[in-house]
Design a binder for this molecule. Structure first.
Ligand code: HEM
Ligand code: HEM
Length: 431
């Protein structure tokens, strides 16, 4: 090492030749190898000398180039002592930080809708924190789950609050994800080059619904038990569906094995997957920046730009504080019920329905009562989801910055289907 530093200081002097390796020592005088070309010797010498140690040392021993420049180009930037301590070690991150400092967000009359991605993220963070706290007391077995759940609600200091916040934040997270999805849809934010933001976002929504579905069973109360029984029955009519249901249930019926499966999905697989996809989603947000609706730039509807760090983020934080206030208010004023412990042999209570975010699909299944109707409903929902996820690739007009009213109408129809069917379930069953 000292040898290399010394060489670096002296410029192009090659590594000290080892007397024991005459074969290696000889080419150490490459200038001498070309005595007949004095004109070329001057510029050629350093190159030859640089390359020599790394390629021609004997015995296969690698010697790095001797005059490497100091790789930290930020050494002299003016920072606090702590800042420069980190900077010296993580200098490779500096271009990224410089890039992020330049990131800007356009301001226009629809800017409000760009806060919903951040709000969804906020409620997900709340879910991680409260979920980890619940895990300290929750016991994922059919014998103990309900008792541990009651214990959290009644005995653990502030356990009730953590549980209520987890249950409410789950609902708010899904609600925000839906608002975020439809707002990005109507502003055509999915258009080129943001196609993968849309696709990764849709995967995030599906994973969030998966969280809701698996979490619902964890308290192991009667309502959740029978709702899971009904919910996991549905895919059976589709080809290969019975196999999938077997994996989800861990057997023929919903039972103790189902709880184990739902638990591991809820606290291991889904968080891992969601964080992976979320990293890609947020990376794209940073790399591609924030879009503006079609035609806004050209018609001068952009009022100006603001820095993402810290201005937009600070405004995001205001949204988070309001969201947190709402969350605590709901958790305290409208607590979710505990219910009664699930017993497999009791008769299913009347009015079993899934969580509200599955109501639209539930209603469609109920509507198609003819022979094979369930299969038709599943096929319709699957085709609908595939078209929805492929919208950025189908909507060519938006990608060439032209308005695409047909897709706006399509989005309105999807929204109407979700809202009307959700309302119909509400009207029939209540909350
Ligand atoms: C890493 C993140 C998470 C962990 C460690 C976690 C952990 C838990 C645990 C231990 C329970 C059982 C205790 C209880 O029932 O109150 C639970 C319940 C639940 N979780 Fe999560 N969770 C996480 C994220 C999420 C997310 C992202 C959602 C939804 C979007 C969600 C939705 C639910 C629901 C709906 C329940 C049932 C709530 C109830 O009725 O009390 N969880 N979670
Ligand atoms: C867990 C769920 C999700 C999280 C945490 C999340 C987070 C974010 C964040 C923080 C942004 C930047 C700020 C903003 O524009 O709101 C963003 C942008 C975006 N998201 Fe999501 N998102 C989620 C789900 C979705 C879904 C379901 C979709 C659509 C199917 C989607 C599509 C997009 C698009 C297209 C953008 C770019 C917006 C633009 O620049 O115009 N995201 N997301």
């Amino acid at each position: 090492m000292a040898e290399n530093n010394q060489n670096a200081a002296t410029g192009n002097t090659p590594v000290k030749p080892k007397p024991a390796a005459p074969g290696a020592a000889k080419p150490a005088a490459p200038g001498a190898a070309k005595p007949a070309a004095p004109a070329a010797a001057k510029p050629a010498a350093p190159v030859a000398a640089k390359a020599q140690p790394s390629t021609s040392t004997g015995g296969g021993v690698y010697k790095p180039p001797v005059d490497r420049p100091d790789p930290n180009p930020y050494k002299d930037s003016r920072l606090s002592p702590l800042g420069s301590w980190f900077q010296e070690r993580f200098y490779v991150m500096m271009p990224v930080i410089d890039y992020l400092k330049k990131k800007e967000v356009p301001q226009h009359r629809l800017s409000f809708w760009y806060y919903f991605g951040g709000l969804t993220l906020f409620f997900f963070i709340i879910q991680i924190v409260t979920g980890l706290l619940l895990l300290q007391y929750y016991k994922p077995t059919a014998a103990e789950a309900f008792a541990s759940f009651v214990f959290i609600q009644q005995e653990v200091p502030f356990g009730w609050l953590i549980r209520q916040v987890h249950a409410w934040s789950a609902n708010l997270m899904v609600m925000m994800a839906f608002i975020h999805m439809f707002s990005t849809f109507f502003m055509k934010s999915y258009r080129k080059p943001r196609e993968l933001m849309w696709v990764s976002g849709f995967v995030l929504l599906v994973l969030s619904l998966g969280f809701g579905f698996t979490g619902y069973l964890l308290p192991w109360n009667e309502l959740a038990f029978f709702a899971t029984q009904v919910g996991t029955e549905v895919p059976k009519v589709a080809p290969g569906g019975a196999f999938l249901v077997g994996i989800l249930r861990g057997g023929e019926e919903v039972g103790p094995e189902t709880l184990t499966r739902m638990f591991s999905l809820h606290v291991v697989l889904l968080p891992g997957l969601l964080m992976l996809v979320l990293s890609a989603h947020l990376l794209l947000v940073q790399v591609l920046g924030t879009s503006a609706p079609i035609g806004y730039k050209e018609s001068g509807m952009i009022k100006g730009y603001e820095k993402f760090f810290p201005t937009f983020l600070a405004k995001d934080a205001i949204g988070w504080i309001i969201g947190f206030g709402l969350l605590v208010y709901l958790a305290v004023v409208f607590p979710w019920e505990i219910g009664v412990k699930a017993e497999a042999l009791t008769a299913a209570p009347v009015g079993i329905k899934p969580e509200w975010y599955f109501w639209a699909q539930f209603q469609l299944l109920k509507d198609l009562t003819f022979e094979g109707g369930e299969l038709v409903a599943i096929a319709l929902l699957t085709v609908g989801a595939i078209v929805w996820i492929l919208v950025p690739f189908i909507d060519r007009q938006a990608s060439s910055e032209q308005k695409s009213p047909l897709f706006t109408i399509f989005g309105l129809l999807v929204l109407a289907f979700l809202l009307i069917n959700t309302y119909r379930v509400y009207a029939e069953y209540g909350w």
